[in-house]
Design a binder for this molecule. Structure first.
Ligand code: NAD
Length: 481
């Protein structure tokens, strides 16, 4: 492709699968829904088994040469790709708000993170470990690419989570086929259309389809590794399907993050942070604060100030200025939220803010705060993925730790205190893949991220995430017979 074509702006009005660097269409098409208006978005392809087989054949062929390229070569292609995403930031951000519903400011941040992640993830050196070296022999452990990866992406962070799989795969010498969520296929298709300008045919491909497409990925004997992000229930199905061909799997699944607030915090300083970190993306983030435990000594004051702050956050169409709460992403999620909101009355919970869901054209839900619900209430036990926050009281450190660790999920958790030693002592006892002190949801391309217990298997990002796309090979190198 000529350099000028590489730089031409992407057209965000028509959407195609990308197979072997060609934009392809399918006989059948479908469309997503704009969650702010409930209007249909543009048509997208519905990939078939034949498309899948073609993409896998192209990926396997490309692997033979791509796996032999140098890290420098791959890094250069990735950096050019990052620049191209930045050049199309506006188009990606608007499309993301159209398909996902999140406010334009949050979409712009997500697209910006994509290029940061590309540069960060491709800056690692993949090590070769010398295990033993004598005059006679050397034992080394090195890492080789696995082959063809399949990326299964959810609807809450369609840009960052696709990039967070594409980059580790291709940087370590693999090829990859991306499957966006049927709810949010648009940015994923465009990300890969753009990638086709910078990578050889078959290295990065994308298939959009309906709910029957995921199992075609996990069943396919020509795919060597699946990186899946989504719900725990689907993660179990993915693992079972991958077991048939013993594919390698990384699973990034749901969470129900606890956040423990100690009595010594500066309430005014942290309230805006806690409010934002509980409700970003209308709480549809795997690692949001979802169970807030506030020390009883400051509970009333904290609770009142939290409500006052959350009331200042505007609900509306993500394209409107100053909106913080966009709609939830899809009708299924909206209905699930309604069902969970019903438990407020059936379980006699006290909603001090919000508490009901009004019918509207889009899938809008006003923020809801539940005052001190019992530990066994649904809103504490279940991951809401909607803007409803339970705020519990605690007094005893061991007791709050037990509650924080009580669930089958273990994705993220945080502790907030002025006393750093105390906070780290509590943090060390939290059972989750990521733990923060005096923050929540900090992520970076060089920091691994993954879940304990049913929140996942393996990690993504950081060196460990990159190695998740590699086989370990031990070489015994004897210099003489
Ligand atoms: P989901 O499990 O419904 O879908 C995720 C993806 O899997 C979609 O692309 C879907 O089409 C595909 N899929 C569905 N059935 C499949 C099957 N049988 N085989 C293969 N693929 C299949 O999840 P979702 O509703 O899109 O996302 C929300 C969930 O994801 C939440 O629970 C959230 O916590 C979790 N999540 C986790 C992380 C993390 O990194 N841990 C990040 C974001 C979201």
């Amino acid at each position: 492709m000529a350099a000028s074509d590489k730089n031409s702006p992407l057209d965000f009005t028509t959407f195609h699968n990308v197979i072997n660097n060609e934009l392809t269409s399918t006989a059948a098409t479908r469309h997503g829904i704009n969650p702010a208006t409930a209007e249909p978005n543009p048509e997208v392809p519905v990939a078939t088994q034949e498309d899948m087989d073609k993409a896998v054949a192209a990926a396997r062929a490309a692997f033979k040469t791509w796996s032999k390229t140098s890290f420098e070569e791959r890094r250069a292609a990735l950096h050019a790709y990052a620049n191209a995403i930045e050049a199309n930031l506006d188009g990606f951000a608007k499309t993301l708000t159209m398909e996902q519903g999140k406010p334009l400011t949050q979409s712009t941040t997500e697209v910006g993170m994509a290029s940061t992640w590309i540069r960060g993830l491709s800056s690692f050196e993949i090590p070769t470990n010398v295990i033993e070296e004598t005059e006679d022999r050397k034992i080394i452990q090195r890492y080789t690419p696995m082959g063809v990866a399949g990326a299964i992406v959810p609807w809450n962070f369609p840009v960052l989570l696709a990039i967070g799989k594409i980059v580790p795969a291709v940087y370590t010498g693999n090829t990859i086929i991306v499957k966006p969520s049927p709810f949010t296929p648009y940015c994923g298709l465009k990300l890969v259309e753009l990638a086709a300008r910078f990578f050889p045919p078959g290295v990065v491909q994308c298939l959009s389809g309906d709910e029957s497409l995921g199992p075609l990925f996990t069943d396919h004997p020509g795919i060597d590794k699946i990186s899946f992000t989504g719900s725990i229930a689907t993660g179990k199905r993915v693992m079972a399907s991958c077991a048939k061909t013993l594919k390698r799997v990384t699973l990034e699944l749901g969470g129900n993050d606890p956040c423990i607030i100690c009595e010594d915090v500066d309430i005014d300083a942290i309230i805006p942070k806690i409010g934002i970190l509980s409700y970003l993306c209308s709480s549809q983030i795997c690692m949001m604060i979802k169970r807030l435990y506030v020390h009883e000594k400051i509970y009333d004051q904290f609770f009142e100030k939290l409500i006052a702050f959350v009331k200042t956050l505007k609900v509306g169409d993500g394209t409107e200025a100053d909106v913080f709460f966009g709609p939830v992403q899809n009708k299924m999620q909206f209905e699930k939220a309604k069902d969970l909101f019903n438990s407020i009355s059936t379980e006699n919970l006290k909603a001090v803010l919000g508490g009901t869901i009004e019918e509207s054209k889009g899938y809008f839900i006003h923020p809801t705060i539940i005052q001190n619900p019992p530990e066994n209430s649904r809103v504490v036990q279940e991951e809401p993925f909607a803007p409803i926050l339970p705020v519990m009281k605690w007094s005893d450190e061991n007791d709050v730790l037990e509650k924080a660790n009580a669930l089958e999920t273990g994705l993220g958790a945080s502790v907030w205190s002025k006393d750093f030693d105390r906070a780290t002592r509590i943090a060390d006892q939290l059972e989750s893949g990521v733990v923060w002190v005096n923050s929540h949801f900090d992520v970076a391309p060089n920091a691994p991220f993954g879940g304990h217990k049913q929140s996942g298997v393996g990690v993504e990002w950081g060196l460990s995430g990159l190695l998740g796309y590699c086989n370990s090979q031990t070489q015994w190198l004897k210099k003489s017979f």
